[in-house]
Design a protein. Structure first.
Length: 305
């Protein structure tokens, strides 16, 4: 009697054992796969200059390119730094509505222009419920201005690169609390996992040198002033790619196997045409295991006359 009942259970177990093993191996191993990421930065979404039409055209091209995920690189809107609440709030609403037209999952990075009311000329009191980064945190950032996630064998870290001065201006900074969070996040990630970082203000850029000479110091508004502290945290880890925005230029620098890519601008020169010869566009990154290649895709936008 018992044998009759047990036998089917035993055979069922034998039959499904290979399936169970495969499930355990695939869940436990950080197996990298091929996938496509699109990095879009400096959208500067605004109703003027047909900025919304431009973002829609970029989205149409993004959807055609069929990425597996999209990361935005900050300066999503223009502008919350200096605008009143009504304008800032409506730009956030417009951005969220248009972003939802992107077929792939989207992960947002904060830029300086998402900071609500920082400039005193905005007339916003620092006591406002959505002052500063709170507007981004509540509406877009899912409770934070920095976070990380795993995707098909890679670890992605989205940075907040915006610091505030005491007189309510912004500069490039990764703050102390965030540095400590990065260290803890990397410990959990481990040394064998390939890592990609995305942030708005560049960690590394040489573009200023091409314009002002190699001896010129970069402005604290243009680069992260403590990038050395950020990069030191990654020394024992496999940081392969840093995607950055802010400068509206296309630039690639490789140091010790880490590629720093400045990703142009979806808006070009704030929807007034290409910026210093760099057309409106975004970066397409194709991953194949731990390897990757990338290119800048101009989506053919023509600014209004
Ligand atoms: Fe920008």
């Amino acid at each position: 009697m018992n044998t009759k009942i047990c036998r089917p259970r035993f055979f069922t177990l034998v039959l499904f054992l290979p399936v169970l093993l495969a499930l355990v191996i695939s869940a436990g191993g950080a197996r990298a796969e091929s996938f496509r990421l699109i990095f879009i930065c400096d959208i500067h979404l605004m109703p003027e200059l047909n900025g919304a039409g431009g973002f829609r055209a970029a989205i149409a091209r993004i959807n055609e390119l069929d990425p597996d995920l999209v990361i935005t690189g900050g300066d999503l809107i223009y502008d919350a730094l200096e605008a009143d609440y009504k304008r800032s709030s409506s730009l956030y609403d417009l951005y969220i509505a248009l972003r939802d037209e992107i077929d792939a999952p989207v992960y947002d990075v904060i830029g300086n222009h998402e900071v609500f009311g920082l400039y005193p000329s905005s007339g916003i009191d620092p006591g406002h419920a959505e002052y500063g980064k709170k507007m981004f945190i509540d509406r877009i950032g899912e409770g934070s201005t920095y976070r990380s996630f795993d995707f098909r064998g890679w670890h992605f870290i989205l940075l907040d690169t915006i610091g505030f001065t005491s007189d309510r201006k912004y500069f490039g900074l990764v703050g102390r609390g965030q540095l400590e969070w990065i260290a803890r996040d990397l410990e959990k990630t481990g040394q064998d996992t390939p890592i990609a970082v995305a942030g708005h203000i560049p960690l590394v850029s040489a573009y200023g040198q091409t314009k002002k000479g190699a001896a010129s110091a970069a402005s604290p508004n243009e680069v992260v002033v403590n990038s050395h502290e950020v990069l030191a945290l990654f020394e024992e880890y496999d940081l392969k790619l840093v995607l950055q925005g802010h400068l509206h230029i296309v630039e690639q620098i490789a140091i010790k196997g880490t590629h720093f890519v400045t990703g142009g601008a979806v808006s070009g020169a704030w929807w007034k045409g290409p910026f210093e010869g760099f057309p409106e566009g975004f970066v397409v990154v194709d991953f194949d295991g731990a390897r990757f290649s990338y290119y800048y895709e101009s989506y053919g936008w023509k600014a209004e006359d």
